[in-house]
Design a protein around this ligand. Structure first.
Ligand code: ZN
Length: 249
């Protein structure tokens, strides 16, 4: 699943390529009415957690969630015919983006946009994220910290790979409960720093010296100490942790 770093990467690239332009919007697959968007000016492309919002003049925000398999294809020639199954094509001068297999691609009227924003916790990649609120929400979360990190109402944007790697970097057991303000703040600062590296690199980065490596995520052994990585189900996904570097609280 594309986690927040990739969604922010898409937003940044598409904003740079299309913002300020009059869009040609179409749905080759026919499953979206692009009438409100075609021929109107795109003001901004915004990422919030794993959600994308396209802000277009005189139209409701266009909401996209990629889900497990959604992706964008970029074409340098906006006239290139779309392949089958393209939900949405957004084209400007010299570039087009084709959206394939999202779980959401829908106009979001004002109340829907407010509800979406209200449903999301602080996003470590947003400049307006409130670090104290992030610490408060993590501390107030019931259950294991590893489950809370996947809850988009606690922090927005993290998925399973970031959960595993950030908890490793923080030295926290995913099963730990009632995380205090100091470790919560440390974890938030790690998320802010590493997700930005991931956005810029286009992949999860948990060791800048070895950007293609992971510490524990989907590894049989810990890359730091060699201990066998522990795996179990937590919050509906497989948790990965090193029993040495992330001792039980
Ligand atoms: Zn280890």
């Amino acid at each position: 699943m594309p986690e927040g770093h990739l969604v922010h990467r898409y937003a940044r690239e598409q904003h740079a390529a299309l913002a300020g332009q009059v869009l040609a919007a179409s749905s080759p697959q026919g499953r979206l009415d692009t009438g409100p968007y075609d021929g109107r000016r795109l003001r901004a492309v915004e990422a919030y957690g794993k959600h994308l919002l396209y802000h277009v003049d005189d139209a409701p925000a266009l909401h996209v969630h990629l889900g497990m398999r959604g992706l964008f294809l970029r074409h340098d020639d906006p006239a290139v015919p779309p392949r089958g199954g393209v939900r949405l094509r957004l084209a400007g001068a010299g570039v087009a983006y084709d959206l394939i297999a999202p779980i959401r691609c829908e106009p979001l009227p004002g109340d829907g946009e407010r509800a979406l924003r209200a449903s999301l916790g602080p996003d470590p990649l947003r400049a307006d994220a409130d670090a104290e609120e992030a610490v408060r929400r993590l501390g107030a979360a019931r259950g294991a910290v590893g489950a809370a990190l996947l809850d988009q109402a606690v922090w927005a944007g993290l998925g399973n790979a970031w959960r595993a790697e950030l908890l490793f970097l923080a030295g926290l057991d995913p099963d730990a409960r009632a995380v205090g303000p100091a470790p919560a703040r440390r974890l938030w600062e790690l998320a802010v720093g590493y997700l930005a590296l991931g956005r810029d690199a286009g992949q999860v980065v948990s060791d800048p010296a070895a950007p293609d490596e992971r510490w524990v995520y989907k590894r049989p052994t810990c890359r730091r100490c060699g201990a066998r990585v522990r795996t179990w189900q937590l919050g509906g996904r497989t948790a990965y942790a090193c029993p040495v570097d992330q001792p039980a609280a």
